[in-house]
Write a protein that binds this ligand. Sequence first.
Ligand SMILES: Cc1ncc(COP(=O)(O)O)c(C=O)c1O
Length: 427
Amino acid sequence: MKEDTMNDTAVTGADSVVNTSHLMQTYKPAPVVFVRGEGPYLFDTDGNKYLDFLSGIAVTSLGHAHDQVAAAIAKQARELLHVSNLFHNDLAQDVASMLDSLIIGDSADPAIRANGGKVFFANSGAEAVECALKLSRKWGGGTAYKVVAFDGSFHGRTFGALSATGQPKKKQDFLPMLDGFIHLPYVDVDLLAQCLEQNQIPEQNGRSNLVAAVLIEPIQGENGILLPLENTLAEVRELCNRHNVLMVVDEIQTGLGRTGKWFAFQHDGIIPDVVTMAKSLGNGMPIGACWAKSTVADCFMPGDHGTTFGGQPLALSAAKATLDALLEIRAPETAHDLGQKLREALSGLEGVEYVRGKGLLLGVKLSEDIDASAFTTTALSLGLIANSPVPGIVRLAPPYVIDDTHISEATELFKAALRLHRKGKAG
Ligand SMILES: Cc1ncc(COP(=O)(O)O)c(C=O)c1O
């Protein structure tokens, strides 16, 4: 919407606004070009203002143009951008140690408290997953190599991550996928138990199962904010312990406060063996990370894995400033409280069937007569940014810096879009 105005006329829709002729057609961007951001707001080329309740898909959790993050990036850019992993930089150790504390939290397990975990820095979510997959195979010592993943999951677009992904449509034009991936319904714990039993073998090299790892999202974000039953992760943890299989939790979308805990697995009071994260870690600076318990992480030797840019000073300066700021605003509690309010505000609206999710990662189920994808186009035209990862569901992942006013504003815009958007009326 134009700053200070909200009317029913679309501010987007002119295809001529964007020229994509030299870009591969992997995306179908909305015809709006953002040139500036400020907190939870974005501004387009015409000065229209939008309330960003998607945060670049759960990335800019501190909002746009965050002072501390911007200052840290600017300072680092003037000092040192990159030296390669042929040389150590202290920021890597600092950020890794912060992540380790956030993951381990107040774990009661003395072995975990004593040894903690270690981190590999990557440049994206998919790369963090690749690290987790390779680490699992290394840990498996050539004996345990299979990875159990789940239907509907999303782990990224590189070949390992795509092979793990449980969405056949995303893979069908790129077959064959990598060997060794098993997909089970999300999350059928009985089938998982059966699967692990079937893959049991007489012990070889300290491994007694052909499965090296169970890879699981605590909430399936790309599958419409789908939650497993309560306590499921604890049951998966127990099965992994029983069969000496790694539990790898993909927290790329859910991590760093978004669901009301630093990491979503903490809702179940467990600690995985391996955790992947990315999105919120740099508040927009591309960075991913794979954390593993030291006993697992130490399987990697120099030369086993690497990336030119991963863990470079520029990305880490953003990550450090982001983590400092997330700690300052008590991100998990903040996301929990704001999420509660947003959920309550949207739950009663006409056209909303229910709201699911945790903290500030919410899926709003619209009534059958509303096309959710077209609804998000309508919402955008009114000045509210959201998306629809699966039919019927609108995903909201606002930054943690919103307040009651932004929640009211978003609710009004959501309501206006609902009113406007009935099949045949808009979209
Ligand atoms: C749970 C999960 N894993 C992995 C990825 C892939 O991350 P990236 O797009 O940074 O490669 C995503 C991205 O949406 C994700 O949500």
